[in-house]
Design a protein around this ligand. Sequence first.
Ligand SMILES: Cc1ncc(COP(=O)(O)O)c(C=O)c1O
Length: 395
Amino acid sequence: MAPNFSLRDIVRPNILALKPYRCARDDYDSGILLDANENSLGPAVNASQAAAAHAQALHRYPDPLHRSVKERIAKLRQLPSTDHIFLGVGSDEVIDLLVRIFCVPAKDKILITPPTYGMYNVTAQINDVAVVKVPLLVDQAIPARMFQLDVPNVLRAVEADPTIKMVFVCSPGNPTGTLIDPQDVQTLLDHPGYRGLVVVDEAYVDFVETHKGGSLAQWVERYPNLVVMQTMSKSFGLAGIRLGLAIAHPDVITLLNNTKAPYNVSTLTATVAMAALDDEGIAVMQGAAAKLRDQRARLIRELPKIRGVGQIIGGNDANFVLCQILTRPDGSRSDGQPDQARALRVYERMAQECGLVVRFRGTEYGCDGCLRITVGSPEENDELLKQLAANLEIL
Ligand SMILES: Cc1ncc(COP(=O)(O)O)c(C=O)c1O
């Protein structure tokens, strides 16, 4: 009976030491789910109808490259060709492939800017790649730079350490909701002292107000050192199909294609994506994004009127808001400081007693006492505002 076998002895030490990514669905999976930044208005397509139409072809392997899906994405994002696009099993697969392609384990590093999306760090750990952290700016006294890149410190870090192969910039950021100033991204891309890639994660880009600017995807024509990631999980409301993409110079795309599993994206996924990316699907996506932006504005207006809620911090460019919970007011609201314990209590009670799930983000850098709340449908937001007020009355 395998007398000399010990699982622990053969597992890679970095995997044994791994603190796995904790996704929203690990905590709660039913009720009003305002925890995972999904599209609360639903998918941009009748997914079951689209999938059923192709069911007869499911005994065949899928197209390994899904050129027709890429053609629609190239048109939507105004890219010169499908050679600039890679399709992965969610952006999470793209992150993993990038780390595996460009970072030699136990030697190279990535740079991240906390508070940021957790999978960059977890993926690096899984691949035995070290992580350099240069936090975002969190001085609330300078609102225009709140949660923006600390450019001088990022440049110093990459200059000092040539083993940094990638800088991950989340824009709009999660959990900050803040669009990163494109000029800062350009400074990184142009910096002669940095020879690695800049990876801009645009998972939430369709929720940015149009006057604030949009995707940097077209910059890949000018910058061979830029990778832009996008996903069908957010604005298109298709988190369940798992389709993410990288947009980059064709040489980077070739490396991604060479490294992926042969049939990484399924026929069902591609079929649903095709339907979501036709003219009607795109119109539904854009309509939903506009409605969610309106609902976001409503939450930004209404949340601070609730006793015990502090500021809505960050740029509010995504489909969620970052909302401070304050110490119990003792008469004057302005005395309230962000209150970690109270925020956690409110989060837990709302999830357990009221079936309304948001996400506690108070332990993230610069997010003391914060709940991250996905913008819901109008009815879900009614309920959120009601429950948050009621719970803050008693906690
Ligand atoms: C910033 C960011 N990037 C990527 C992802 C993951 O996207 P996907 O569903 O395409 O793997 C998320 C999911 O929450 C996210 O917040």
